[in-house]
Design a protein around this ligand. Structure first.
Ligand SMILES: *[C@@H]1O[C@H](CO)[C@@H](O)[C@H](O)[C@H]1NC(C)=O
Ligand SMILES: *[C@@H]1O[C@H](CO)[C@@H](O)[C@H](O)[C@H]1NC(C)=O
Ligand SMILES: *[C@@H]1O[C@H](CO)[C@@H](O)[C@H](O)[C@H]1NC(C)=O
Length: 504
């Protein structure tokens, strides 16, 4: 656009502003005293790769804002009184529903931390929040020796239904037998890791050729072991996509930990490697995580495009059907491939490949289609966290949290063979308010159950409950190697947990 063009536009914009930008001009300003601030990131003992807390904008008369009061309404300053050069990276993400998600990543540990939440230079709610330390950073190797105390610090739920269900079929876990039988049954053709955690040290032996994905499990185990002392355990992790234990009778079942479960198998599910990695690498290597997605959903509901939306690759036959369906019904459904790998690409049936779309741009559309890939589509947590409504295919595959999701509450279900998908999209179009409520409930579910703290809780609970079932002593087996904690030379931390306890 050449500069002169603005001359013509400007009067129009000014003329529009009282009504369009007026959302904020007409409504009252947020109140520093009445606005709310809460979350784990205000507690010293809840160590996470990226700590986080929430701000809800509230006006003078006590009403919550339900749309953004402006991206830069709140300012957050995090400093350590004893360290003039604090190495802390802070981001305030506007969730555009009147609330904000504040996240910060520390690159060193501090004796204490001051968190100031400011609104036009006024302290908000009970700001400044003082975290009486030590406040440890992610790479500080400083495990809390009491699991119960750690769970309390993390506000972990007392149980997870999926863990209870998965473990209920294993009344006793015989490690000697497993160490012998599991490699025999699966070690030749599958990619497996045999882990032992002993005295909070992690040991591993791998089976199979393609064991690159062990890095996710290694990294998570080390991260957890830096935060809390793990029980002694010995277990097998399946690094492949498909769950493995297919035995029908409960005789001689082998406990295998997998990232995905299915109605036809008995594997013990863990949060997917994708979700696990995004928790560890929030504000680090990954850009899509459960927090970033909440700050990047773009248009408000009313302005989103009312077409079903899907992008992905051809990892399952139903996906081919989905794209065909979209080509025949373009007003209801926009689904296209960005990549062909598994099937033969026939352009006359599936159209040309389309350009990759940034995940955040998915949320320009109201209706997000979740359809199986090789196994469950690991994007579901992120789809739920966005502010669109999810239409989820019925599937034999599930992730660790699916059993807590309810159809018509958190998502709109459609049949495995897609036969009612168009009907369901039409239902959503005809019931906009209900569809929006489902979108909001899905988002709330993601915020409550799928953020980093809950992922740490889930793994810990799983290891703890599994440990109780072991009837023989976990051992560091022949051929196992130590998985070492990374060196933390740059900003070493002084772990005071154990000394403090000794003094008591
Ligand atoms: C305002 O928002 C807070 C935080 O989400 C919530 O707990 C509270 O119930 C809301 N109040 C009203 C009146 O909706
Ligand atoms: C909504 O999306 C569809 C499919 O991507 C597109 O064809 C249509 O033009 C969009 N509608 C509007 C109003 O932008
Ligand atoms: C798999 O099991 C769940 C839970 O029992 C059920 O709701 C779902 O319909 C099953 N899916 C298929 C495709 O069998």
């Amino acid at each position: 656009m050449w500069p002169g063009a603005l001359g013509g536009l400007l009067p129009l914009l000014l003329w529009l502003s009282p009504s369009s930008a007026g959302g904020s001009a007409g409504s009252p300003a947020p109140s520093a005293a009445k606005s709310l601030v809460w979350g784990l990131g205000l507690e010293a003992d809840a160590v996470l790769p990226a700590r986080f807390f929430f701000i809800q904008a509230v006006d003078k008369s006590g009403r919550n804002f339900t749309s953004s009061p402006g991206e830069n309404t709140f300012e957050v300053k995090i400093t350590s009184p004893s360290e003039p050069f604090s190495r802390i990276w802070v981001q305030v993400l506007d969730r555009r529903d009147g609330s904000f998600l504040v996240r910060y990543r520390m690159y060193a540990s501090y004796n204490d931390l001051n968190v100031q939440v400011l609104l036009k230079n006024k302290q908000v709610a009970k700001s400044p929040y003082v975290l009486k330390g030590p406040v440890y950073h992610e790479s500080c190797d400083c495990p809390e020796s009491s699991g119960a105390l750690w769970e309390k610090h993390m506000h972990c739920p007392s149980s997870f239904p999926q863990i209870q269900r998965d473990l209920s079929i294993f009344p006793r876990v015989d490690l000697e037998r497993n160490a012998h039988e599991i490699p025999q049954r699966f070690g030749q053709r599958q990619s497996l890791c045999h882990y032992t955690v002993k005295d909070n040290q992690v040991y591993i032996k791998t089976y199979g050729e393609h064991v690159g994905f062990r890095i996710f499990m290694d990294a998570f185990l080390l991260s957890l072991a830096r935060k809390v002392r793990l029980p002694d355990i010995e277990f097998f992790v399946n690094l492949g996509d498909w769950p493995l234990e297919k035995k029908r009778t409960s005789e001689n079942l082998h406990p295998i930990f997998s990232w995905c479960g299915s109605n036809d198998t008995r594997d013990i599910v863990m949060p997917t490697y994708d979700l696990t990695e995004s928790v560890l690498e929030t504000m680090g290597r990954v850009s899509l995580d459960m927090m970033s997605v909440q700050g990047n959903t773009g248009l408000p509901w009313a302005e989103k495009n009312g077409t079903g939306f899907w992008r992905g690759r051809d990892s399952r036959r139903e996906r081919l059907e989905l794209v065909k369906l979209a080509r025949a019904n373009p007003t209801l459904l926009d689904a296209a491939f960005t990549n062909f790998f598994f099937f033969k690409h026939d352009e006359s049936l599936y159209g040309p490949l389309v350009k990759h779309v940034s995940f955040f741009d998915f949320f320009k559309y109201k209706y997000q289609i979740n359809i199986d890939g090789t196994v469950a589509a690991y994007r579901l947590p992120y789809l739920l966290a966005g502010d669109s409504v999810v239409l989820k295919q019925d599937s034999v595959y599930y992730e660790h949290f699916y059993s807590q999701l309810e159809p018509w509450v958190h998502y709109i279900p459609f049949k495995a063979d897609l036969s009612d998908l168009l009907e369901k999209i039409q239902w959503a179009k005809d019931h906009d308010e209900e569809a929006r409520k489902i979108a909001q409930a899905g988002q709330q579910f993601a915020r409550t159950h799928l953020m980093g703290d809950q992922i740490f809780c889930y793994y810990f609970k799983l290891f703890q409950e599994y440990a109780k079932l072991q009837v023989t002593e976990p051992k560091v087996r022949e051929g196992m190697e130590l998985v070492e904690q990374p060196e933390d030379d740059l900003f070493p931390c002084y772990c005071q947990r154990n000394t403090a306890r000794d003094e008591l």
